[in-house]
Design a protein around this ligand. Structure first.
Ligand code: UDP
Length: 484
């Protein structure tokens, strides 16, 4: 008997590690658990070593096909030197449309389904051109999606800048959003990135469904609001699939010998891991305060250190790879820091195997910028967090972790607004590592970990959700065929 033909999914990743990782992981799941064939198309940012490693993880053994599109030429896009990250991403994705169409055209067979990420919504029309169903994978959480989908309404209702409002924004059926927590593209309504953001919000409902990188139990109320026609339902066209957490697996030999030996020597859950994602950077002044805070806390730590940002306080992943060498980096720290902390701390330059470090039993806390991948990785490893949001939707994520999920603490004021001083850092570190509050959060995050482990089994909600998406996809394919 002839085997039924596998469904072939084309996945499109926007530039940046934080976008590439969840797309690759989605591709792997579709292949391994649901019998798809997958081709991932990558719009490159800069060829960083880490990016190559992520792609390699999907190619050896050959799990899925990865096609790197040519780097978009932005000279015609007319971007000013201060164009924001979202504006740049949107411009890159727009420019990549021609290359994506050409790459699809030379494929042996047309794919059966198209999946794009948040920045790829302008590519949904390519699904229509090919006559195939198309989905949007929002690789973050439901509260972000709710705010995004509700933004065109807020745009009509709110006068003036969002950050200047005194009352939280009501999103039907969801936890209200504090003005200081709005996402970066909402910070300045006259900026192009705000228009791009509203455009994405209006394009998402054109897809046949939305995939979210959460599991059902994590955000019960918000998901209910997103699915309720009286709340946010009508703004999302198709179903919402909760397929997460899709994160990189721990690699058996992921830690270099030296690092592993060091970690093995430390007591259980005694090390704080400090890292700000693939591109988060601190100001020079903040780096010094953080170094003092860590030292004063007398706790063990691993710190992924990156050169300070020139424009202070802010972070941006376009800084990737500009980390500089170890010695140069140490010059940004207080004199003698390395010697004084030699027995308790490790400073790693620029990039570290985060998933492998977080999963080591000696790690007991994570000072994180709250990028959604990092957040999921921390929860899956059962590690509580100090939330240190910098950019994108990280302030929203931090509030979710502190106020809803109960797995993080945070500085009194936003680190993206005000320098966090050493005394406060010392206190936060001690609180999470040795005080009762830390123990309570650790217990809570371990409950979550168990909950996640259930969700991703064959009987679990996340597995089932992706299976359902496959079924719905087949139904759509038949409907589209019939309609022609
Ligand atoms: N990452 C890593 N090593 C580093 C910094 C980051 O492996 O030194 C990985 C991290 O594990 C996560 C991703 O890069 O999977 C960063 O994604 P996230 O959404 O947390 O933040 P973003 O980089 O998008 O701001």
């Amino acid at each position: 008997i002839e085997k039924p033909k596998k469904l072939h999914a084309a996945l499109l990743s926007s530039p940046g590690m934080g976008h590439l990782i969840p797309i690759i992981e989605l591709g792997k799941r579709l292949v391994a658990d649901h019998g798809f064939e997958v081709t991932v198309f990558v719009v490159p940012s800069q060829a960083s070593l880490a990016e190559v490693e992520i792609i390699d993880s999907a190619m050896t053994p050959m799990i899925l096909e990865v096609v790197e599109l040519p780097a978009p030429d932005l000279t015609a896009a007319g971007l000013g030197p201060n164009a924001s990250m979202v504006t740049r991403l949107a411009a890159m994705m727009r420019e990549a449309r021609l290359a994506f169409r050409s790459a699809l055209a030379v494929m042996e067979a047309r794919p059966d389904v198209l999946i794009v990420d948040l920045f790829g919504t302008e590519h949904l029309c390519i699904g229509d051109e090919l006559g195939i169903p198309k989905y949007v994978y929002i690789a973050t959480n439901a509260w972000f999606l709710a705010l995004l989908l509700h933004s065109p309404t807020l745009d009509k209702e709110v006068n003036g800048e969002y950050v200047d409002q005194t009352e939280p924004f009501n999103i039907p059926g969801c936890k209200p959003v504090r003005p200081e927590d709005v996402v970066d593209p909402m910070l300045d309504r006259s900026d192009q990135q705000y228009r791009e953001y509203l455009r994405m919000a209006s394009e998402i409902p054109m897809g046949d469904g939305i995939l979210l990188n959460v599991w059902e139990d994590l955000q019960v109320e918000t998901l209910a609001a997103l699915r309720n026609k009286e709340f946010l339902g009508p703004v999302a066209n198709g179903p919402i699939y909760t397929i997460g957490p899709l994160i990189r697996p721990v690699r058996p030999a992921g830690l270099e010998k030296e690092l592993l030996e060091w970690l093995d020597k430390q007591p259980s859950e005694s090390v704080l891991f400090v890292s700000f994602g693939s591109g988060g950077t601190l100001s020079a002044e903040q780096l010094v305060e953080l170094a003092w805070g860590l030292e004063l806390s007398r706790q063990r730590f691993i710190w992924v250190l990156r050169k300070p940002a020139v424009k202070s306080l802010d972070g941006s992943f376009f800084n990737v790879g500009k980390g500089g060498g170890g010695d140069e980096l140490l010059s940004f720290l207080p004199d003698g820091f390395e010697v004084r902390t030699r027995n308790v701390g490790l400073v790693l330059p620029s990039w570290a195997p985060q998933v492998d470090i977080l999963s080591h039993p000696s790690v007991g806390g994570f000072l994180s910028h709250c990028g959604w991948n990092s957040t999921l990785e921390s929860m899956v490893s059962g590690v509580p967090m100090i939330a240190w949001p910098l950019y994108a939707e990280q302030r929203l994520n931090a509030t979710l972790l502190v106020e809803e999920t109960g797995v993080a603490i945070r500085p009194k004021e936003l680190p993206s607004k005000k320098i966090v001083r050493r005394e406060e850092i010392e206190k936060l570190v001690r609180m999470i590592m040795v005080e009762q509050k830390g123990h309570t959060m650790r217990a809570r995050v371990k409950e979550l970990k168990t909950n996640v482990e259930k969700a991703v089994t064959k009987e679990g909600t996340s597995y089932e959700s992706l299976r359902k998406m496959k079924d719905d996809c087949k139904t759509r394919i038949h409907q589209i065929k019939k309609a022609h």
